[in-house]
Design a binder for this molecule. Sequence first.
Ligand SMILES: [Cu+2]
Length: 157
Amino acid sequence: MTFRFISGLIASLLSLPCLAQVTVSEPWVRGTVAEQKASGAFMSLTSQTDSRLVQVQSPVAATVEIHEMKMDGGVMRMRPIADLALPAGKAVSLAPGGYHVMLIGLKQVLKPGDQVPLTLVVEGADKQRQQIEVKAAVRPLNSAAGAAPAAGSAHKH
Ligand SMILES: [Cu+2]
């Protein structure tokens, strides 16, 4: 029994390198006020192998989508995308004015200092999926948008 358990454990450990190693840095969510039903989550993602962010889940929202910002007839609009490519070794930035995770149908007010759990589902080139648990810190509603403050002001949720 013990040996079987250990060999099973080794097998599962050996299977780990097949999964893309994804680093999530500085995840944060824009805070909300009462009655506000949507917000955005932002972070930087770096995968060691070519993979894609295919889904995001969060208990604080009824629906979670991956959005991009695109010029449409001279107006910057956001729209959902099916997935977001994570090229090997390249940091992909989700930031105000660009790609972002859209939290829709919020179940609670997101106050600065709160931690919002996010589950990122990443699919590797081999179609293997993995879930990455992230805790995103809530920043004040009007917080400067970090790397892209000018674009951030144009992106209202
Ligand atoms: Cu959006």
